[in-house]
Design a protein around this ligand. Structure first.
Ligand code: AMP
Length: 403
């Protein structure tokens, strides 16, 4: 199947072609027609499967088409909103309503700022010829630039839960005109403790809407949450967690803990030209690895929750641009990392949950590229390897490393 067969509006199709995509990924092939029909989706898909385009393309199309038929249509708004519109702050700026009457019609809720920025980039790419506006809001940065953008009017809002609720409370955001709601990485949201925020948000958005729910894994609490949010959804499942690694060559090194540093340095020296992402379970560990590499003359960047948004973004940009070849990250900080040509993932230690291993190695081998995942396993981590193999239903190559 090609994108031409998906009935995508010309301005979006053109942007997709400019982006260099020829063939829709399986989730795009399945989800785009369903979203076009207006149905809800319960999607089980990981990042790396092309799920962002799977929801962004048909949402852009819906919004473009409804804007064409009802230009400047003001959505029905509750009484409270109309009063809010007349409120002005000390600088005389009005709150709650966009300058040109645009109302937010699509909300994408995502757990981390990195993901929010990444999704925002996708909307920039696919929506560049549509005239639709979007912005991303997330915590950890000043809200002024974000509220300025909102005041100018956006059609699509990409948000992390905390900042979204803050700005709603302050009257900067009204969701009464929402027609599309995407809950992205729902399992991660629950992991990160956002369930209460999601529950607070739901009464603030219109009941009549199209909802697209995505999760990489499907534990019981996710199923329960999806039931309370979705209306007669179509279930779409691609690349389930246990088959995610088909394009990734995986290898486990059994190595004593004190030897891990030496092994890492020798691997990196051998693979100098390649982009390598190293995972550490803790922030402290990530800094430690980065310092060790520095002493060995290998330039790297570490990203984790203690780094400022600016530092993280700069590190990510340098890594994406190939200026820095080695990045060390914690699991949460790595969530938004989407680097097409990432060749190697190294698990310096094993994560607690086997699913996290699959997420980690899914940073490489994306969109048809092949990748390599190397895992350093010390004696106390052996059991975790068994759990991972069980989850993936396959055995990995094992190498006994001796210094
Ligand atoms: P996602 O799962 O949305 O994070 O997408 C993973 C990567 O695949 C991103 O770098 C996208 O730009 C890329 N991608 C998405 N759809 C396609 C496609 N149809 N063809 C080639 N690359 C794609």
């Amino acid at each position: 199947m090609t994108f031409d067969e998906l009935n995508i509006a010309e301005p979006i199709l053109r942007a997709v072609r400019e982006k260099g995509y020829d063939i829709p990924t399986p989730i795009q092939e399945q989800a785009i027609p369903v979203v076009q029909q207006g149905r809800d989706i319960f999607g089980i898909a990981q990042t790396g499967t092309g799920k962002t385009a799977a929801f962004a393309i048909p949402i852009l199309q819906h919004l473009m088409e409804s804007r064409a038929t009802e230009p400047q249509a003001a959505p029905e708004q509750p009484q409270e909103t109309i009063q809010q519109e007349n409120r002005r702050d000390r600088r005389g700026r009005s709150h709650g309503r966009a300058r040109d009457n645009r109302a937010i019609r699509a909300l994408i809720l995502t757990p981390t700022r990195e993901l929010a920025l990444q999704i925002s980039e996708c909307f920039t790419d696919y929506g560049r010829h549509t005239g639709l506006r979007h912005t991303a809001i997330f915590g950890g940065v000043k809200q002024g630039p974000q509220t300025d953008k909102l005041r100018n009017g956006v059609d699509i809002l990409i948000a992390t839960p905390g900042r979204l609720l803050d700005l709603i409370r302050q009257g900067h955001i009204k969701l009464g005109g929402l027609t599309h709601f995407v809950l992205d990485e729902a399992d991660r949201m629950l992991d990160m403790g956002f369930i209460a925020d999601i529950r607070r948000l739901l009464p603030l958005i219109p009941k009549k809407r199209q909802t697209l729910f995505f999760s990489a894994t499907m534990p019981n609490d996710i199923v329960a949450l999806s039931r309370s949010i979705l209306h007669d959804p179509v279930r779409i499942e691609v690349a389930p967690v246990d088959s995610a690694a088909d394009t990734i060559e995986q290898c486990i090194y059994f190595v004593e803990k004190p030897e891990k540093k030496g092994l890492l340095i020798s691997v990196l020296k051998k693979e100098r030209e390649k982009s390598v992402l190293i995972f550490s379970r803790t922030k402290h560990g990530a800094d430690n690895i980065s310092r060790t590499l520095k002493r060995a003359g290998i330039q790297s960047e570490a990203i984790h929750g203690d780094k400022s948004q600016g530092q993280r973004q700069k590190a990510l940009n340098d890594f994406k641009a190939g200026k820095v070849k080695v990045m060390v990250a914690t699991d949460i900080a790595s969530r938004g990392i989407d680097i097409k040509e990432l060749q190697i993932v190294i698990n310096y230690d094993l994560p607690d949950a086997p699913e996290t291993y699959v997420h980690r190695i899914g940073r490489t081998g994306r969109a048809g590229h092949t990748g390599t995942a190397l895992t350093f396993c010390s004696q106390d981590e052996h059991m975790k390897v068994n759990d991972i193999q069980k989850l993936m239903g396959k055995k990995m190559e094992m190498i006994l490393h001796q210094a």
